[in-house]
Design a protein around this ligand. Structure first.
Ligand code: DAH
Length: 335
């Protein structure tokens, strides 16, 4: 027989249980922990049932007192559990919201988007206009032979352009092309007419650098060979192109001379009150066609060489060619 239990002992146990329950409920951090506590405290086999099991040992007068006390405790624990559960769930929701919030003011790792250099976009614009007129794009090498750069273009042996003063020669006798015109020859060698091409590219001359000269610059070559082409086709094409590029700037054709065209012309546009040369052009010289095995009685055509830097400078109001080559981001960012 276990020792008989007294009323005061039972009351003490209940008080103890109450204090302990309050402490552990306060310490619980999750709904699952609280549920575990509820079962442990108030469940059928829980701590409270354990204490009440000993009630039978009390007198009939004492029992209701303990019963009442137990009921109050049960309700207290229950409401502590509910309040704590609310608090725990609220905290969980707040944490979830905080973790999912997008802070639109946070600094980001911004990567500057790159964009095209104005010389590239100008070249693309020129090429696009000719593409719209049915021209295809072709390219040639920047290191050329004397044959393609000069001889095949009817440039005589003692022409000043062949001078060491004007052309960069390599040790093996090859050279850096001084214009994009050799692409005319390369293309016609492997593509029988009719042809319509544009050839954009970089060219080199032994020029000292100043506001309008650079030893490296860019051209777009134009070539059309067909039956029955004459100077009116050249003029019409050039005018259509210039109107598409510049709008309505005044244009003039000036008679000129190039060994590979006859007749030849230079084209100026009026800009800021001055005439500015933007291209050389002409009817392809019969001697050039003959050199390629083409019959000049049947085939004729026109060619032009456009200075990309000039087009770019007029388009963007740039006063000094050097700005296009110095890679100053403060300048380039404007385009
Ligand atoms: N190749 C010449 C130069 O660089 C420009 C030129 C003139 C190209 C007349 C042509 C042309 O195709 O027909 O100065």
């Amino acid at each position: 027989m276990s020792a008989p239990i007294t009323l005061s002992q039972l009351s003490e146990q209940l008080e103890h249980l109450e204090a302990e329950a309050a402490r552990s409920i306060e310490a619980a951090a999750t709904a699952a922990e609280l549920e575990e506590l509820r079962v442990g405290l108030l469940g059928k086999k829980g701590r409270l049932s354990g204490v009440l099991g000993a009630m039978g040992k009390l007198s009939a007068e004492e029992r209701p007192l303990v019963g009442q006390r137990a009921n109050v405790l049960k309700e207290q624990v229950q409401s502590l559990l509910t309040a704590r559960l609310d608090a725990v769930q609220e905290a969980a929701m707040a944490a979830k919201i905080a973790s999912e919030t997008l802070d639109v003011t946070a600094t980001s790792s911004y990567v500057r988007p790159g964009h095209r250099h104005p010389l590239i976009s100008t070249t693309e614009e020129i090429v696009d206009i000719f593409a719209g007129l049915g021209y295809e794009v072709s390219e040639g090498p920047e290191i050329e032979t004397d044959y393609y750069n000069f001889t095949a273009l009817n440039i005589p042996p003692h022409h000043p352009a062949r001078d060491m003063q004007d052309t960069f020669y390599l040790e093996d006798g090859r050279l850096l092309r001084t214009h994009t015109s050799p692409v005319q020859i390369r293309y016609l060698e492997s593509n029988p007419p009719p042809v319509r091409i544009v050839a954009p590219g970089r060219v080199y001359r032994r020029d000292a650098v100043d506001a309008t000269h650079s030893p490296v610059f860019h051209q777009v070559e134009v070539l059309a060979i067909d039956e029955g082409l004459d100077f009116s086709h050249l003029r019409g094409t050039v005018m259509a192109f210039l109107k598409a590029f510049f709008g309505d700037l005044p244009v003039r054709f000036r008679a000129s001379y190039f060994p590979f065209t006859e007749p030849s012309a230079e084209v100026d546009v009026q800009w800021r009150g001055r005439w500015l040369e933007v291209m050389g052009c002409g009817m392809v010289d019969p001697a050039v066609l003959e050199g390629l095995g083409l019959d000049p009685e049947r085939w004729s055509g026109f060619a032009a060489g456009l200075g990309v830097e000039r087009f770019c400078m007029v388009r963007h109001g740039i006063d000094d060619i050097r700005r296009l080559y110095t890679s100053d981001l403060r300048f380039l960012e404007q385009f």
